[in-house]
Design a binder for this molecule. Structure first.
Ligand code: NAD
Ligand code: UDP
Length: 316
């Protein structure tokens, strides 16, 4: 039986990734320190899958207490605060988990002849000058500001993988994930889709930061997980964008949410956070070419309705 290890297993993406491989019959080892993840995400997996093992642990500490991993195929290094409010509150932890945590993941993977897939981000492009953003873009990033702890930590992680592969002759890889949403996201996360859904369900006004004309492209979690698993199974070591390439303004997102969730909410406008990128849309040409026919399939209306069902159930 093959196994995979997922850091950040209690998180939004980590828990879906665990479940994807559990369903395929893998043994899955999950590790998390619950700094932003949900205990309920682990309980769901423990209840349904006897081949799921979990260790509560900070992955920046040494990994000698990890359970033995037989036939380890992949190490998914997904542990990291991910939303702007979380990574700004946990700025130093964010820097360490994407550097020291990734170093530990690479070491463990090499000892077990496994391949690391690192969760990088569209934030490596910063406030992009090009739209859509291809992988070849070097980005327009502030190294000394509110988002730098996250953006630069991920850029460091990418550089670490590049040099590690070159000098150690390994085949680790990374995906650049664009705004993804879906069930199991922490209701305190602070990202826009969960905020708007909660606000709509509670009949409180949707908080638009700035004028709401900034754009994002929103990917439903199942589409993203299919892309990540296809990338993991490939031999690729180059960065690859994953997400959905339909672009919406924040105002359009608010409109879709209010159309799909019965609510008395209206809109309220707040200050735009510092360094908030004006536009974001992935160029998915590389992913579509190399990941045997992968493409996102869930539209925003459908995805928002599915996520709202989960949120309703979770907060009741
Ligand atoms: P999340 O906050 O829901 O999950 C992250 C998990 O990592 C949490 O469970 C947290 O407790 C855990 N964690 C953080 N530091 C840790 C440490 N030192 N030791 C052990 N566990 C630790 O966020 P998410 O949206 O699931 O993001 C997962 C990964 O994907 C992150 O690396 C993030 O940067 C990346 N990513 C996510 C998105 C997105 O749209 N969701 C976009 C780009 C990149
Ligand atoms: N945003 C908003 N209202 C909210 C939360 C976020 O208008 O309640 C905006 C935010 O300023 C950004 C966009 O929505 O322009 C996406 O924010 P998110 O935090 O989801 O992710 P980002 O792509 O900025 O990392």
């Amino acid at each position: 039986m093959k196994s995979v290890l997922v850091t950040g297993a209690a998180g939004f993406l980590g828990s879906h990734l665990c479940e994807y491989y559990l369903k395929l019959g893998y043994t899955v080892i999950g590790v998390d320190n619950f700094c932003t993840g949900l205990r309920s995400n682990i309980e769901v997996l423990q209840k349904s899958y006897p081949t799921f093992q979990f260790l509560e642990k900070d992955v920046t500490l040494d990994w000698t207490d990890l359970p033995a991993a037989k036939n380890l195929e992949f190490v998914f290094h997904f542990a990291s605060p991910a939303s702007p409010p979380h990574y700004q509150k946990l700025a130093l932890e964010t820097l360490w988990v994407n550097s020291i945590g990734l170093k530990n993941a690479l070491q463990f993977a090499d000892q077990n002849f496994a391949r690391v897939v690192f969760a990088s981000t569209r934030e490596v492009y910063g406030d992009p000058e090009l739209s859509p953003q291809p992988e070849s873009s070097w980005g327009n990033v502030n190294s000394f500001g509110e988002r730098s702890c996250y953006d630069e930590a991920k850029r460091f992680g990418e550089a670490l993988i590049y040099s590690h592969n070159k000098l150690r002759n390994t085949k680790h890889g990374l995906v650049r994930i664009f705004n993804t949403y879906g069930p199991r996201m922490n209701p305190n996360d602070g990202r826009v889709v969960i905020n708007f859904i909660l606000q709509a369900l509670q009949n409180s006004d949707l908080t638009i930061y700035g004028d709401g004309k900034q754009t994002r492209s929103f990917c439903y979690v199942s589409d993203l997980i299919n892309g990540i698993s296809a990338y993991a199974a490939s031999n690729l070591t180059e960065p690859m964008n994953l997400g959905n390439d339909k672009e919406f303004t924040v105002l359009e997102l608010a409109e879709i949410i209010l159309k799909n969730i019965p609510s008395k909410s209206r809109l309220t406008f707040k200050d735009l956070p510092v360094d908030d990128p004006k536009k974001r849309r992935p160029d998915l040409a590389m992913a579509k070419l190399h990941l045997s026919g992968w493409a996102p399939t869930v539209n925003l209306q459908e995805g928002v309705s599915k996520m709202a069902e989960w949120v309703k159930d979770y907060v009741k």
